[in-house]
Design a protein around this ligand. Structure first.
Ligand SMILES: Cc1cc2nc3c(=O)[nH]c(=O)nc-3n(C[C@H](O)[C@H](O)[C@H](O)COP(=O)(O)O)c2cc1C
Length: 358
């Protein structure tokens, strides 16, 4: 992961890529955590592009966000705010701390601007996550009266929790994150937690979202604040499955959908080193499938339902294509690894220009 802006990232990348991917990631996050809110943050800070859009009742300062999984423990929120993101999603957090899968579990496929990971929700658990979220200062900094960036908190289940009891984990996380989130993401699409994706299917999704909607209602009554709920889905779904999911989201009053997570497909990387590693593939090779799911969702959900598009954005043109496919706003993860923080401003500016051209 990048620590330096624009052209400097071109110099930092070979250094970071000299390390095993997970080690490079940890080094970078440590660097960001140490330097955020200090003068050293100027090494990666960039002015935020002003391109406000209202979605699910929230004002997004611009249309480029950080995707979940990069900052699983919410340690670097202020550093990412400084990079100019309009919104940042941290997590996935689970109720209890867990180590994730055995290492190595993260692989680069640089020939295709791609990663494969099977991290398996390694994280420090809900309490540590919330302590970090509460330490973040981005909401206080209010630069020149500008609206702060939005914060999404992404929740999941522990590996040790049987899938029949998954709802208990989601509810425990929802209770914890609710007061601190601008929106909450229900992640049911990681390929690296056994059976998690079965929660996307018909009855399981119906039961899960029913329970979550009921709990949100209670939390909203108590706090007088209705926090939007987004559901994050996989790219490995056919049109019929996407249509059923779309109807289920609307039936339970969900506020948006995030499409997509990583893919299990390997056709786009066949024959390359690491292509056969188990896990989720991200970056350029997932772009087409993600865009397909986004456009199927748009067709099924109609023009007003919020869609956050993610998967394979490596350039400004990719960000525009995601919007053209039907997304309202976009997120990036793998693009940040390959392109560095300059991609944030580049993409946000391209979307702003696309809007004025439209
Ligand atoms: C190393 C890695 C870890 C990830 N962890 C999570 C996670 O914890 N929760 C989640 O919802 N998505 C996670 N994702 C998925 C990303 O948020 C994103 O949906 C996916 O990578 C596609 O976007 P991209 O092509 O821009 O990377 C992870 C992705 C990567 C590469």
């Amino acid at each position: 992961m990048p620590l330096l802006p624009s052209s400097l990232y071109g110099l930092a990348r070979p250094f970071l890529f000299g390390f095993d991917p997970e080690h490079a990631h940890e080094l970078t996050l440590d660097g960001l955590a140490r330097t955020q809110n200090t003068p050293l943050a100027c090494a990666y800070a960039a002015p935020r592009v002003d391109d406000p859009v209202t979605l699910a009742g929230l004002e997004f300062p611009n249309r480029v966000g950080l995707a979940a999984g990069l900052d699983k423990n919410a340690r670097c929120i202020d550093a990412f705010a400084a990079m100019g993101f309009g919104f940042v999603e941290v997590g996935t957090v689970t109720p209890k701390a867990q180590p994730g899968n055995p290492k190595p579990r993260m692989f680069r496929l640089p020939q295709r601007d791609a990663l494969i990971n099977r991290l398996g929700f390694n994280n420090e658990g809900l309490d540590a996550f919330l302590a970090n979220v509460q330490k973040a200062r981005f909401r206080r900094s209010g630069s020149g009266g500008r609206k702060p960036m939005l914060l999404g908190l992404n929740i999941g289940k522990n590996a040790a929790t049987p899938i029949e009891k998954a709802v208990d984990d989601y509810l425990a996380c929802l209770d914890g994150v609710y007061p601190h989130a601008d929106y909450v993401t229900i992640n049911i699409s990681s390929p690296n937690t056994a059976n998690l994706r079965t929660l996307q299917s018909d009855e399981a999704l119906d039961a899960l979202l029913g329970a979550i909607a009921e709990r949100r209602h209670a939390l909203a009554e108590r706090s007088h604040r209705r926090v939007p709920l987004f559901v994050k889905i996989a790219p490995d779904l056919d049109e019929g499955q996407v249509a059923v999911i779309a109807a289920t989201l609307q039936r339970h009053g969900m506020d948006g959908v995030i499409a997509t997570n990583t893919t299990l497909a390997r056709d786009a990387v066949a024959g390359l080193p690491h292509a056969n590693e188990a896990g989720g593939l991200s970056g350029a090779p997932v772009r087409e499938a993600s865009n397909r799911v986004v456009s199927q969702l748009r067709a099924a959900l109609g023009p007003a339902f919020p869609i956050i598009g993610v998967g394979g954005i490596l350039s400004a043109a990719d960000a525009r294509a995601k919007i053209a496919a039907g997304a309202d706003v976009v997120q990036i993860y793998t693009g940040l690894i390959y392109r560095g923080p300059a991609l944030v401003r580049e993409a946000a500016q391209a979307l702003l220009q696309g809007r004025s051209a439209a």
